[in-house]
Design a protein around this ligand. Structure first.
Ligand code: EPU
Length: 301
């Protein structure tokens, strides 16, 4: 979708930068996705006005964080992409509190806090993506989930059209799910973290990194795990037991390293990946009677 010149001029007055015709293959870890215009929102205070302008001009939009957990449709996309560019500094520390921009890189934030002797998030170190994306999904790994440390979130609420602050106690963080509305936009978060010496945190980080390197296809294009684990079960183990490692549709393939990672081996399309996802879901349903739910977020056109 293309932004008209007149709308672009109005948006520019609000500090919004327009990037025309970007390709989402270059902005997602899967390397899949069509093209559209992108708006970089540098000033949070203008977001409500930007949203009103887009709604007034009938321009649909979606927010892209780190692009590491999305599968995006092919071709010309019928929406514009909104993105919060990273700001510097992305993290500020006061005692045991870290004030973090949602656009910050998750791993970078964990490392920055570690250097300030604040730990607890060692398990999250290798999870790719932005802090905002991690918050929305309640990202987790190796027994850690980000939600445990959240004390306050500043966000744009599409439901009210306002910037708001939510207290940690008022947000539900479940397994890869939160009580945020789908169109809430994460802006900043306040985390309360336990004090820990840097060396100790580093040792924990090393253990997680080694485990991850040993079991996940880190050097291939993927969106991490494709399916959520069913209660008490393991999607990866079931897919592996069905001997589906290496199973492919076009260039979309079930990783031969971890069966719940689906990788783009060269130029997979979104439709290849969706066919593979549906095929594997159906095979698991037939064999185990369990319908796997997507963990990856799918944006179809
Ligand atoms: N397994 C297999 N074959 C495989 C993959 C796994 O038999 O191909 C078995 C393992 O041997 C193990 C069990 O399945 O007994 C669980 O595997 P693993 O420890 O790799 O964890 P997982 O449940 O598959 C979850 C998260 C990962 C996270 C790891 C580590 C989900 C959907 N996945 O994977 O998160 O990194 O634990 O904590 O919850 C993600 O969210 O994208 C993600 C990668």
């Amino acid at each position: 979708m293309r932004i008209s010149d007149s709308l672009a001029a109005r948006l520019k007055e609000l500090g919004v930068e327009l990037r025309q015709g970007i390709s989402l293959t270059e902005h997602t870890s899967l390397g899949i996705g069509g093209s559209t215009d992108e708006l970089l929102l540098r000033r949070y205070d203008t977001i409500p006005e930007v949203m009103r302008l887009l709604a007034g001009a009938n321009v649909p939009h979606k927010f892209l964080g780190g692009g590491t957990n999305v599968l995006i449709a092919d071709g010309e996309l019928p929406w514009v992409m909104l993105h919060l560019p990273s700001s510097n500094p992305a993290v500020r520390i006061e005692g045991n509190i870290a004030f973090v921009e949602a656009s910050a890189d998750l791993g970078g934030m964990v490392t920055f806090c570690a250097k300030n002797n604040l730990g607890g998030m060692e398990g999250l170190i290798g999870v790719p993506g932005s802090v905002g994306g991690a918050l929305r999904m309640n990202a987790g790994a190796y027994g850690t989930q980000i939600g445990s440390y959240v004390r306050e979130v500043e966000l744009y609420r599409a439901a009210t059209g306002q910037l708001e602050k939510l207290q940690g106690n008022d947000i539900r963080f479940d397994y890869r799910h939160t009580s945020f509305a789908p169109d809430d936009v994460m802006l900043r978060v306040k985390l309360e973290l336990p004090s820990k010496p840097f060396k100790e945190i580093l040792a924990g980080i090393k253990v997680c990194n080694e485990k991850r390197r040993g079991s996940q296809p880190l050097n291939q294009k993927s969106a991490g795990c494709i399916f959520k684990n069913p209660p008490g079960g393991s999607a990866g183990r079931m897919i592996d037991e069905l001997k589906l490692k290496g199973h492919r549709v076009g260039d979309a393939m079930v990783s031969d390293r971890h069966a719940n990672f689906f990788v783009n081996t060269a130029n997979a399309s979104c439709s290849d990946m969706l066919k593979l996802i549906d095929d594997v879901r159906e095979r698991v349903r037939t064999a185990y009677g369990i319908v796997l739910e997507n963990e990856v977020i799918v944006w179809r056109n």
